[in-house]
Design a protein around this ligand. Structure first.
Ligand code: NOJ
Ligand code: CA
Length: 512
């Protein structure tokens, strides 16, 4: 694993909404460069940038039309190279977003694959062998090509699935991952990876990494495929970091990923924390963290205590943290996010508690996700400092609430969420036990109960974390000794006899 991942704290940048520098109402690379100092000052030492390649933007760039060309609306490949250089000057590593599962229908590969005559791209996508036959368990497009066949879809209707083969073959048009077509698809993707890593990017977040090989329930085919990528990386780019959107770390780490994301869908119970009717981190105190912890522990064991599961504050696909939590609740949520194993990922604007903007019309395939993708709120100037374009030209509407949070206001207020997040990041950076590779042992995580407590340890240092988001005092029995308070929000937890007494709405880190 690249050494820099040990203490990486990521900042996710949704490029279209971060900083516009040429007044077209869309964020751009120069805008990201301009804000690198901000990211550094917050304490983040890595960024993940959502897809920024040529695209019709039917799915915000997850519909790639050319993997080798930066989207002109963001700038040029040279701007992107400059971004890598400027980031590196500040000790910031950059992950791009690799979308290996599908392309846009506008991609040249796809246009060629639609042709009736056989050519280099005939097997690049999953096509059935007659227009009336549908691929099982997948949507498809039919009647769009002179080629007689229907093409499988991975996500939206304009995102045809690239062909990496089938693990179990049940129809004549399905190919094995070892067949020529699927192998050529993988080779083409390796070329893309090589291109950007050679230009200076430090790795990739990989979109839908777990579903490349089809009919592959246990993921064996997809794991084998990623192992080929791993062999290539070990040989040519051993320092490149790969983080998967997979949600099953026992599989993705076997595939050679360094870290995997916890997702807001699937079996992780991640939503129990911040995004359900009664989130654990709400002060109403009706949450239940136990199923999350059980699943987490399970994954942790299955991955040999590598524990490299990245827990994001949010992302461009889910509701903003602030949709259900108030600023104090978010402070406690961040004291959790920034003290767990695996690299934390902060979604842009979550550090100031940017809100989910209700009632927006879908933009660029966002649908319900659009409200989490509004422009960054920097300051009190027009468009929150995001853009000097007329407001109606912004590609997506801003939060227009009079009291919308801004970076400027929160920097000026030492009790703000921004300052708490900054403090927590600095603390994480100062203690190996709190970082990615430190061990975790859950001390208290009972059903329908508060607080949550766990012990982090590394290199002889042990830090007990006690979090009580609830407005009621709580307590638990533990043999662990008292120690030195190194972080406290709310009031300190205290040990009386064998009981830890935990004040309402508090977060404490205690060095044992
Ligand atoms: C997951 C991405 O995060 C999401 O934004 C996208 O729409 C789908 N994958 C399809 O690529
Ligand atoms: Ca712009």
């Amino acid at each position: 694993m690249p050494k820099w991942l040990d203490n990486a704290v990521f900042y996710e940048i949704y490029p279209q909404s971060f900083q516009d520098t040429n007044a077209d109402g869309i964020g751009d690379f120069q805008g990201i460069i301009r804000r690198l100092d901000y990211i550094q000052e917050l304490g983040c030492n890595a960024v993940w940038i959502n897809p920024c390649f040529l695209s019709p933007f039917g799915d915000a760039g997850y519909d790639v039309a050319d993997y080798y060309t930066a989207a002109p609306r963001y700038g040029t490949n040279e701007d992107l190279r400059e971004l890598f250089t400027e980031a590196h000057k500040r000790g910031i590593h950059v992950l791009l977003d690799l979308v290996p599962g599908h392309t846009s229908v506008e991609h040249k590969w796809f246009r060629e694959s639609m042709k009736a005559g056989k050519n280099e791209y005939t097997d690049r996508y999953i096509w059935t062998d007659n227009v009336w036959e549908s691929p099982e368990n997948m949507g498809c497009l039919r009647g769009i090509s002179p080629r007689d066949g229907a093409v499988a879809l991975n996500f939206f209707s304009m995102q045809p699935a690239l062909n990496y083969g089938y693990y179990k073959i049940t129809r004549p048009w399905q190919q094995s991952p070892e067949d020529e077509g699927p192998r050529a698809t993988l080779d083409a993707m390796l070329d893309v990876i090589r291109f950007w890593l050679s230009m200076g990017c430090d790795g990739f977040r990989v979109d839908m990494a777990g579903s490349l090989v089809k009919n592959d329930e246990e993921g064996k085919g997809t794991i084998a495929l990623w192992n080929k990528v791993r062999a290539f990386l070990d040989r040519d780019f051993p320092e490149a970091a790969f983080v998967s959107e997979w949600g099953e770390p026992d599989k993705s780490l076997l595939g050679g990923f360094h870290m995997d994301f916890l997702l807001h869908f699937g079996p992780s119970h991640y939503n129990d924390l911040f995004r359900c009717d009664h989130p654990f981190f709400s002060s109403e105190g009706k949450g239940d963290v136990s199923a999350f912890v059980e699943k987490y522990r399970d994954n942790y064991e299955k991955t040999d205590k590598k524990g490299l599961i990245c827990i994001p504050s949010g992302n461009h696909d889910m509701d903003r943290l602030a949709r259900r939590l108030n600023p104090d609740e978010m402070k406690i949520a961040f004291s959790f996010l920034l003290s767990m194993p695996g690299a934390p990922f902060l979604y842009y604007g979550d550090e100031i508690g940017m809100r989910y903007v209700e009632g927006l019309t879908s933009v660029e395939g966002g649908y319900n996700r659009t409200g989490s993708r509004s422009p960054m709120q920097w300051d009190h100037t027009a468009n929150g400092g995001f853009s000097s374009a007329p407001s109606e030209k912004l590609y997506v509407k801003m939060d227009d609430a009079a009291d919308r949070p801004t970076v400027e206001a929160q920097m000026a207020d030492e009790n703000s969420l921004y300052h708490e997040v900054r403090k927590l990041i600095a603390l994480r950076q100062a203690h190996a036990a709190l970082q990615s590779n430190g061990e975790i042992e859950f001390v208290y995580a009972a059903e329908n109960a508060y607080p949550l407590s766990y012990l982090r340890s590394a290199a002889g240092e042990r830090i007990l974390v006690i979090l009580n988001p609830s407005a009621k005092a709580a307590g638990f029995e533990s043999e662990l000794p008292e120690g030195e308070l190194i972080y406290s929000f709310g009031s300190p937890a205290k040990k009386e006899g064998s009981t830890w007494k935990v004040p309402p709405c508090s977060a404490n880190y205690i060095r044992l």
